[in-house]
Design a protein around this ligand. Structure first.
Ligand code: C2E
Ligand code: CA
Ligand code: CA
Length: 294
């Protein structure tokens, strides 16, 4: 079956991929998979209302490796299934630790790939992990990118329903970058739209600057929650608050943190201390403030 021609064509890329996949497999086997948590902030009170868990690999030197380096490979090779189960378990464990620290009201948002959400067996495995953790499913939010959500409506819809039936909520990540129709969005019964950070970065910069406002209005009209991500400056935070965006996350409020930092680090009660009185409305100011917490 293996003709010399085929071998020549495919040998090198396959070997390359196996090597990199082997790194991932080793990291999982050696328990060098970790999560960091980024606070999600209520834009009226400045208080934390949730966290998004973000995957990291710990390389042999102890440095954290960005998911941009390994999630696409894991998705292509389906290694995202075992890796995703581990990440989901870590997120549930973090939810329990947060509750012990008095933050049982914080939502815990977990990223799932299309590969995971379209596979009923995989969703069963995740739901078993959730049940075993004892975490109240109502504290869990599933984050799915817009592109993953539109891949296969029937499959995605059915599997999301299994989470929703337990009381978990669903957020559409990177909203505005894909081509999700409104009908589809409503049928999926999502709870929250996450405004992609490109639209936040574009505020006050020409043609795309109106997109964040459009998503906020869409959320209001469809009775969906909206959260802005990638908020880096005070000006962006003020603009969002002035346009009645209910919540946000981004470096301006806090970088993603280790669980211990989040619980023990003495974060201020409000991550938005400048806000008193009426929220400012008007054109987007160009001056940028430094992030508050690094
Ligand atoms: P995402 O879900 O859109 O996550 C937000 C990314 O933006 C995170 O990068 C976060 O650290 C970064 N970020 C947050 N605030 C700011 C900001 O103010 N400015 C800028 N420039 N960036 C900000 P990260 O952690 O590198 O994650 C990248 C992507 O990897 C995620 O994008 C998500 O698609 C994927 N990913 C992360 N964790 C997981 C996971 O557990 N499972 C799966 N399937 N994918 C994951
Ligand atoms: Ca996300
Ligand atoms: Ca996103």
């Amino acid at each position: 079956m293996n003709t010399p021609c085929l071998k020549r064509r495919f040998r090198f890329p396959q070997r390359q991929e196996r090597l990199r996949l082997a790194d991932l497999e080793r990291a999982l086997a050696q328990d060098r998979v970790a999560i960091v948590l980024q606070p999600q902030v209520d834009l009226v009170t400045g208080g934390i209302v949730g966290v998004e868990t973000l995957a990291r690999l710990v390389d042999p030197s102890g440095a954290l490796v960005s998911p941009a380096e390994f999630v696409p490979l894991a998705e292509r090779t389906f290694f995202i299934r075992p890796l995703g189960r581990r990440l989901f378990a870590l997120s549930c464990a973090a939810a329990n630790r947060l509750a012990e620290a008095g933050h049982e009201d914080w939502r815990v948002a977990i990223n799932l790939s299309a590969v995971q959400i379209a596979d009923p067996a995989e969703v069963s495995a995740l739901l078993a992990i959730l049940a075993e953790s004892g975490v109240d499913p109502r504290r869990i939010e599933v984050e799915l990118t817009e592109s993953a959500a539109i891949r296969s409506f029937a499959k995605v819809h059915g599997q999301l329903q299994r989470f929703r039936a337990l009381g978990a909520t669903v957020a559409i990540d990177d909203f505005g970058t894909g081509f999700c129709s409104l009908t589809y969005l409503l049928e999926l019964e999502v709870d929250r739209l996450k405004i992609d950070r490109l639209f936040i970065a574009a505020l006050g910069r020409g043609s795309r600057s109106g997109l964040a406002e459009t998503v906020i209005e869409l959320g209001r009209k469809l009775s969906l929650e909206v959260i802005a991500e990638g908020v880096e400056t005070e000006a962006e935070a003020n603009w969002l608050r002035g346009h009645l965006c209910p919540s946000a996350q981004g470096y301006y409020f806090s970088r993603p943190l280790a669980l211990e930092q989040l619980i023990g680090g003495g974060l201020p009660h409000s991550l938005m201390p400048h806000f008193t009185g009426a929220p400012p409305v008007g054109p987007f100011p160009r001056a940028a403030a430094a992030p508050m917490i690094h």
